[in-house]
Design a protein around this ligand. Structure first.
Ligand code: DAH
Length: 339
């Protein structure tokens, strides 16, 4: 019995020595010390011993048990330490390694130029007005003094939802909404998307962007319009920029003008961007028509004002030399990343 116990201890100890993981050590504990383990079996066999032998063997069983337990304890501490070391070395971070580059996005070219334009007008005391892209025919045409037979009203130019609703073809209806809501003085710009039934090509997109401007107060004259737009052109295109007002016609302004700026590429010399003329057309403008003021409940004898509208896409194309408007809307990163 004594030798057998000694042998059990030896076996257990050598198994412990060979074990490399917590799991193996747990298995050894079960095998030798568990309920169905070898030492428990030995204890059970003690009932067959003589009274004299029983305490002696009992003592040895306890010693063997304590030895195996100690050996297990020591081995487990070692294995735990080893496993921890392995984990730590696996988690080691080389702080000298270059980090992963974080790509920070940037504004879409249209958003960038729009922000520039907004800031210029905000600097002159303008507020931003907003209007819906789905508009009434009344706000988009009738209230803007567009005669019933105006070519722009045709099915060929306008996306009609029904007889009374359309996708706005210009930001000018925001003028109507603004004047009907607020009393003068009014000084707003209104950027937004517009829609026209155009086949896409290099200079046409069925969806495009305009920025509308409206100023209404007492004694507003054409010279206020000129001063405002001259300052705007200088700030956007450079201090040496000159403007030229050419007579034109819009239903909602009288008089009306188209405004050209000296080419910012060649400073008026004539180049590819300005097609040799030295001038680039950038917006339409004029003095708000008395019919429009009256329609919005503003007395044209008391108040006057000016309005202007420009194409954001066109200005951005000119500014960056983009030759196809469709590039703005294709979301091709090879294009977008160039700005
Ligand atoms: N709405 C015009 C267009 O789409 C642009 C325009 C011209 C707006 C003159 C104005 C203006 O406010 O006064 O062609």
């Amino acid at each position: 019995m004594k030798e057998q116990l000694q042998q059990t201890q030896n076996q257990a100890e050598s198994a412990i020595k060979d074990a490399h993981s917590m799991q193996e050590l747990q298995e050894i504990r079960v095998k030798y010390l568990g309920k169905k383990g070898e030492l428990t079996a030995a204890l059970r066999g003690m009932k067959d011993l003589s009274n004299e032998e029983r305490p002696k063997i009992g003592k040895i069983v306890n010693e063997v048990r304590a030895n195996i337990e100690n050996a297990l304890e020591t081995a487990m501490t070692e294995v735990k330490q080893k496993e921890k070391n392995i984990r730590l070395s696996n988690e080691t971070i080389d702080v000298t390694m270059p980090g992963k580059e974080v790509e920070i996005g940037h504004k879409h070219p249209l958003t960038g130029v729009l922000d520039e334009i907004k800031n210029i007008f905000i600097g002159m005391g303008f507020k931003i007005a907003e209007g819906p892209e789905v508009e009434t025919v009344y706000n988009n045409f009738d209230a803007l003094n567009a005669p019933k037979n105006h070519p722009a009203r045709g099915m060929s130019d306008t996306f009609y939802i029904n007889d009374e609703i359309l996708l706005r073809t210009q930001t000018s209806p925001v003028q109507i909404r603004t004047m009907k809501k607020a009393k003068p003085p009014i000084k707003v710009i209104s950027p937004g998307r517009c829609f026209r039934y155009d086949t896409p090509d290099a200079t046409h997109s069925p969806m495009f962007h305009q920025i509308e401007g409206l100023v209404i107060d007492k004694n507003i004259t054409m010279s206020d319009l000129k001063g405002t737009l001259n300052l705007f052109a200088k700030q956007l295109f450079g201090e040496n920029t000159k403007t030229k007002f050419r007579p034109h016609h819009f239903p909602f302004t009288e008089p009306s003008a188209e405004i050209d700026v000296t080419c910012f590429k060649c400073q008026g010399e004539g180049c590819r961007v300005c097609k040799g003329s030295g001038w680039i057309e950038i917006l339409g403008a004029g003095m708000v028509h008395p019919n429009v003021l009256r329609e919005c409940g503003i007395d044209p004898e008391e108040y006057s004002g000016f309005a202007f509208g420009m194409g954001l896409d066109r200005i951005t194309m000119l500014k960056y030399g983009v030759e196809d408007i469709r590039l703005f809307f294709e979301n091709d990163m090879r294009f977008i990343e160039q700005f």
